[in-house]
Design a binder for this molecule. Sequence first.
Ligand SMILES: *Cc1c(COP(=O)(O)O)cnc(C)c1O
Ligand code: SF4
Length: 340
Amino acid sequence: MQENIIIAANQAAAQSPSAWQRQLSHAIRDPAALCERLGLGQAWLSGAHAGHQLFEICVPEAYLARIVPNDPNDPLLLQVLPTGDETDVTPGYVTDPLEEADHRPIKGLIHKYANRVLLIASPACAINCRYCFRRHFPYSENSPSRTQWQEALDYLRADTSIHEAILSGGDPLAASDRQLAWLVEQLESIPHLKRLRIHTRLPVVIPDRVDEALLDWLSSTRLQKVVVLHINHANEIDQAVVDACTRLKQAGVTLLNQSVLLRGINDSVPALAALSERLFEAGVLPYYLHVFDPVKGAAHFDVSDAEAKTLVNELLAHLPGFLMPRLVREVPGKNSKTPL
Ligand SMILES: *Cc1c(COP(=O)(O)O)cnc(C)c1O
Ligand code: SF4
């Protein structure tokens, strides 16, 4: 009987995907279509094809709408359009720059830092960012089934020093609300867990992701909630994103943002200052500014440490202290992010 109900619910879900799921299934995944929509000529196509072979293109319409057409230097375009540079082989740029493969005691779980554990809640993303340090991540090997989730949950239950579960991915909000509600219910039954943190780009890429079904499980959990968004440029924050952030705040969520410092996208004082200002208008505080991880195929985005430090020192003169992100790097083997 119980089973029948679940099957019926599954069928209902399969028949009527949410608005955000429909938007995701209609995302642009073809180099020619992307170039055509944005008025980019033949010159861009071969690079787009070459990069697409290595890490497929994925851009939903809601994000595409924020890209200015006919501008090959648009800071949002550069985050999603592959170029021939991706085929370059640069010494020191590797497939697992953070050496995460060494820190997975259990499938789908990464425990590197004290008191908090990262759970790979969904292998999928709603957008494929060209600079992503997980572009080579073996998600198919790390996306747990329900039985494997039990192992991860047992690990959390057994270690009373863990106070925070961080849902990561991919993008954890690419999972269905049914799966997420189940997972959060399991997590909140662990007495020593205090906080639920979600690292996601989905509310930015498809603001409709922040819908009733999501707000339902999110607002009803006893855990304190933090959502760390991933936004690199002020142009990513349109009114729909502001509205999504407002809905999250109304559900009792603390909103933070992490960015990656990217050559040609946000490597200037005006761009970083505008990002912080715009984030705050949306009710979001800057958290981290990551220096780029040396991931294979993305060396053209790298900004040197010396440049990064100069930029951040100049930025201090343009922003109140609470709008300054912390410039950090992830160093394999360290027990926290490392400030520069
Ligand atoms: C970045 C990261 C965290 C979170 O670190 P904070 O400094 O608390 O934001 C936790 N676990 C892993 C494996 C991470 O990479
Ligand atoms: S959303 Fe995050 S994990 Fe997914 S491709 Fe972009 S940077 Fe990588």
